[in-house]
Design a protein around this ligand. Structure first.
Ligand code: SF4
Length: 721
């Protein structure tokens, strides 16, 4: 008997927003290996620890133990779920949603999606909520990740479009990394930066972060800024640029508006004030400013340190202000480049998969945009009422306003701030549907219906990475058990809802597969900043492309605004004048420590995939609270001793670890650890599920992104009986 043939399928890594290309090896319907795709321009064949072990998270054993393989229904709250057929599950879901819509209106339903869904999945759900049901209550965990970057780009440059690209890392003379531990969170890009620095030792790298992370090890200059003080630092840098005459007056005059107001605003950001409030040396700020302004090309790379903040939009915009003031944009090696946390946060934004967006980077608040999308979808209108963003959606469910929650490919019971509030929401909702590949998520415990979804190596569609590059996702093997594709579940639900809510009418969901969804999305981008009308599915089969790529273009555009024209009404970029705001929850005598959260090198989100693989625990084996040794000594904590952390919202117990990367009074804990590692209970007996038992729901008023990077806490010894 001949051996079964080995197949090789080009696809994309499902973890971070670098969007590395992979080649999946499979045999006999099982994934047997993975390599980096040497032809993919994000990674040229390289993979990090997470990417290179993907195949080990798709073994038969992991599938058997961790995958959801058939629809399940919980007949009453707290009961064990029982298997049901797909027809029964979808009939129940659609009849319950139709009942809730009839009794309470469409805004009693909310959809909470994920930056790990494919663009086509997002498109189908967005049309289902906003086009069919008539509610804009559709948001995504990208709200916790990138919404401040979106708002920052739109406020300054006029569109949610990162202007630079990965190749600019090799072409930059100065790289300013702010609020990003890219050595761990975006490892392949960090390796590109290491290689670029080795090739050009004159390159200057500045890292600004409250923690001296592994990323800072590559820095020529490290600025250990106080948490939340980024806007003041950027204003201080602009103050110095003005003082030293380092601004590009010609660029400002020709291509921007609003500089006078900003000049007045930054007058108070004196070097002395910046030194005192940001906690950095005047000479260091001057050096950073000189390198940024005077280098031939300066690139900024930034992530959650700017985004996950109650002033996230102001932080993003204040950094972009520096690029506009110095003309460090629209040329090779220069520009702001936000790093997306998730593999398809960008694609979700493209199709309008957030509460305030519509297809093709349109805005819900814009009546013309709503009319354009209604025409595209063949419906009378898209509702104008603003949808609820992530935290608002769960707060509304906790208050009883939202009665049905549909959650796809994400784990809000662990990842959202203020977990008690999220638990109340999941317990109070009349219908919770969780569409998931894995059985192990905390959110799945609350589901009335559990719907098995396909996962990496099984899915078909597209994703867009941090540099606007659209890549194909291809299936190497069929989905296991009864799992279905996410877009397929959305479309089958839509068909059932159409039968109940608009019987006898032509379906709005005539999709035979992801390509049909892609084609409709593509047509929606005509004339928009992300126009991809020139990028056919067939062209995409030949290799990834960056947007925009309008009709007639032979390839996508590497960097934007090279002609100095911005997608604003007057074609000019806008300086953004927002004053520096302090943290939403400053430390005080009762809660004297500032806790920040972040990623580990080898884990991903709630660990439903990476947690299946023992090898990925060799870098960090268990949860630890990181604390400066002086603070430990002052409180009499020994290394590894169990301590209690408490915020105004909850309590956790975890071993403490000395960490000189932190300044005194600052703490760090990784965001990944869930209940199986941390399972504590609050004083009232509620189950606590991880670090977000402590974090706060305060969010940026513009982007609605929560301040996950700072919580005021106290730490005490655990008195064991
Ligand atoms: Fe995957 Fe990101 Fe690692 Fe690339 S850098 S292999 S996309 S996790």
């Amino acid at each position: 008997m001949s051996a079964l043939p080995v197949t090789h399928t080009r696809s994309t890594c499902p973890y971070c927003g670098v969007g590395c290309g992979v080649v999946i090896e499979a045999q006999g319907g099982r994934i047997t290996g993975v390599q980096g795709d040497p032809l993919h321009p994000a990674n040229f064949g390289k993979l990090c620890t997470k990417g290179s072990t993907l195949h080990l998270t798709a073994t038969a054993e992991v599938t058997r133990q961790a995958r959801l393989l058939q629809p399940m229904q919980r007949l009453e709250r707290g009961a064990a779920p029982v298997p049901v057929s797909w027809d029964a599950a979808l009939d129940t879901a659609s009849s319950e949603i139709a009942r809730i819509v009839t009794d309470h209106g469409p805004d009693a339903v909310g959809f909470y999606l994920s930056g790990q869904l494919l663009t086509e999945d997002y498109y189908a759900f967005n049309k289902l909520a906003k086009g069919l049901l008539g509610t804009n209550n559709l948001d995504t965990n990208s709200r916790l990740c990138m919404s401040s970057a979106v708002a920052g780009y739109k406020a300054t440059l006029g569109a949610d479009a990162p202007p630079a690209c990965y190749e600019d890392i090799e072409r930059a003379h100065c790289v300013f990394i702010v609020g990003s531990n890219m050595a761990w969170a975006h490892p392949i890009l960090f390796r590109r930066l290491e290689a670029a620095k080795a090739a050009n030792p004159a390159m200057k790298i500045i890292v600004a972060d409250p923690r001296r992370t592994d990323t800072a090890s590559l820095a020529d200059l490290f600025l250990p800024i106080a948490p939340g003080s980024d806007v003041l630092l950027f204003h201080g840098m602009l103050h110095l640029m003005l003082w030293e005459g380092w601004i590009d007056s010609d660029y400002i005059a020709a291509h921007t508006t609003g500089f006078e107001a900003l000049k007045n605003l930054v007058r108070s950001a004196t070097p002395e004030r910046v030194a005192q409030e940001c906690g950095v040396r005047v000479d260091d700020v001057l050096q950073a400013t000189r390198w940024f302004a005077q280098s031939p090309a300066s690139l900024s790379l930034y992530c959650q340190g700017l985004n996950q903040s109650s002033s996230g939009t102001a932080k993003n915009a204040a950094l972009i202000n520096l690029h506009l003031a110095t003309g460090q944009i629209g040329k090779p090696g220069a520009g702001p480049l936000s790093l997306t946390g998730q593999p398809n946060a960008m694609g979700g934004r493209e199709v309008g998969g957030m509460a305030n967006l519509l297809s093709g980077h349109r805005d819900l608040a814009n009546a013309t945009h709503r009319a354009e999308v209604a025409a595209l979808w063949g419906i009378p209108e898209v509702p104008a009422a603003p949808g609820k963003t992530a935290i608002e959606m769960f707060e509304a469910a906790a208050d009883g306003q939202i009665k049905a929650l549909w959650i796809a490919c994400t784990n809000p019971a662990q990842s959202m701030p203020d977990q008690r509030m999220v638990q109340r929401a999941l317990e109070r909702a009349e219908l919770v549907v969780v569409q998931e590949a894995f059985t192990t998520t905390e959110t799945a415990r609350h589901a009335h219906l559990l719907l098995p979804a396909s996962s990496w190596g099984e899915k078909i569609g597209t994703v867009t990475n941090s540099e606007r590059r659209i890549s194909r996702v291809r299936a190497a093997v069929p989905a296991p058990g009864m799992a279905r594709h996410d877009w397929q579940i959305a479309v089958e639900l839509a068909h059932r809802l159409e039968a109940r809510l608009r019987p006898g009418q032509r379906t709005l969901f005539p999709y035979a597969g992801p390509q049909a969804l892609w084609e409709e999305h593509r047509s929606s981008t005509a004339g928009r900043d992300l126009d991809i009308t020139g990028l056919s599915w067939e062209r995409l089969e030949q290799g990834p492309q960056q947007w925009p790529m309008p009709e007639g273009a032979s390839q996508g555009q590497a960097r934007l605004y090279e002609n100095g024209i911005f997608p604003t009404p007057d074609g000019k970029a806008r300086f953004h004048s927002a004053s520096y705001q302090p943290l939403a929850e400053p430390v005080d005598a009762r809660y004297p420590f500032g806790l920040t959260t972040g990623r580990l090198r080898d884990q991903w989100h709630g660990m439903s995939r990476t947690g299946t693989l023992g090898r990925l625990f060799s870098h960090t084996a268990e949860p630890r609270l990181h604390m400066h040794p002086q603070d430990m000594q002052r409180r009499g904590f020994a290394e590894g001793e169990l301590v209690q952390i408490a915020s105004r919202r909850g309590t956790l117990m975890v071993p403490v670890q000395a960490d000189t990367q932190l300044a005194p009074t600052r703490l760090f804990m990784a965001m990944h650890w869930g209940s199986e590692f941390l399972g504590g209970r609050a004083e009232n007996g509620e189950r606590l599920l991880g670090i977000n038992a402590l974090t706060q729901p305060a969010f940026c008023p513009t982007s609605k992104q929560p301040e996950l990077k700072h919580t005021a806490v106290k730490v005490s010894k655990v008195e064991l009986p």
